[in-house]
Design a binder for this molecule. Structure first.
Ligand SMILES: *[C@@H]1O[C@H](CO)[C@@H](O)[C@H](O)[C@H]1NC(C)=O
Ligand SMILES: *[C@@H]1O[C@H](CO)[C@@H](O)[C@H](O)[C@H]1NC(C)=O
Ligand SMILES: *[C@@H]1O[C@H](CO)[C@@H](O)[C@H](O)[C@H]1NC(C)=O
Ligand SMILES: *[C@@H]1O[C@H](CO)[C@@H](O)[C@H](O)[C@H]1NC(C)=O
Length: 228
């Protein structure tokens, strides 16, 4: 499920101006994970797991087969001067997905894909997104949350001084209906965000159910606290 991955490293610096071209065009149409639970995993371009005090900078990720960058259980790590590109109609090509991480900064990045520019999953804390341009795609998202049992809270997400252009959503929080765990997303802060040709600038969706793979009732138990 990984093209290039880094795990269990303290003080990694990963940079150099190179491009990771996932040549995803062939796999986008074959991705049936939205309707097939036992689908084959599709590789992400770059996977970062269990990193601490690290820096990823000056890298381009192009046309990944699945997510471009997957960040899991990383702490105190900065992602900057990144370019992440895939066509508007590519499926599940999220730019940067973060889960179970604390103290992550994403700054000075240019992200335009067929899916979320940035998505932030459960157990994420102190994630700061600044000076990012996003679009095309589905905007900057928290979630989806509440799909699985035992999900942990999301706290302290700050999105500041970002420009979102030609997307369906600007900033979005998405939680599944009938969520098995009553988690909370709190301390979410949106400031100085420019929206250009964005259909839903701010979208809080507590009945998020892509491809209608779930029952829409009862509604989500995930609590949301937002400062705009
Ligand atoms: C990251 O921080 C969390 C909470 O502070 C801690 O539980 C976890 O062990 C840390 N992860 C690493 C890879 O150091
Ligand atoms: C991330 O940015 C915040 C706010 O500017 C800063 O306090 C924090 O030290 C930064 N973290 C890292 C890992 O650079
Ligand atoms: C906001 O972000 C843009 C780049 O997207 C940058 O040029 C500008 O300096 C930033 N403004 C502030 C106040 O940080
Ligand atoms: C507005 O955004 C949509 C995609 O969300 C795009 O198809 C359309 O071309 C954009 N319009 C302009 C004027 O850029």
């Amino acid at each position: 499920d990984t093209w290039v991955g880094f795990q269990y490293i303290d003080m990694l610096t990963f940079s150099g101006g190179g491009t990771f071209d996932g040549q995803g065009a062939l796999s986008w149409n074959q991705n049936d994970c939205h309707k097939n639970k036992n689908c084959k995993p599709i590789p992400v371009n770059l996977r970062f797991e269990f990193l601490t005090n690290s820096k990823v900078q000056d890298i381009t990720s192009l046309n990944s087969k699945f997510f471009h960058m997957h960040v899991f259980r990383c702490n105190h790590t900065t992602f900057q001067q990144l370019t992440i590109t895939a066509p508007d109609d590519s499926r599940n090509t999220d730019g940067i997905h973060i889960g179970a991480s604390t103290g992550i900064n994403i700054t000075h990045a240019k992200i335009g894909t067929g899916d979320d520019c940035i998505s932030i999953g459960d157990d994420s804390h102190e994630i700061t997104v600044t000076d990012v341009t996003c679009g095309p795609g589905h905007g900057i998202s928290i979630g989806s949350l509440g799909k699985y049992k035992d999900e942990k809270d999301v706290t302290g997400i700050i999105v500041k001084n970002c420009t979102v252009t030609n997307t369906d959503n600007g900033v979005r929080i998405k939680t599944f209906p009938d969520s098995p765990s009553p988690s909370t997303a709190s301390g979410t802060h949106y400031e100085d965000i420019i929206m250009v040709n964005v259909s839903n600038p701010i979208l809080i969706d507590q009945l998020y159910c892509p491809y209608t793979q779930c029952e829409p009732k009862p509604s989500s138990k995930v609590k949301i606290q937002l400062l705009v």
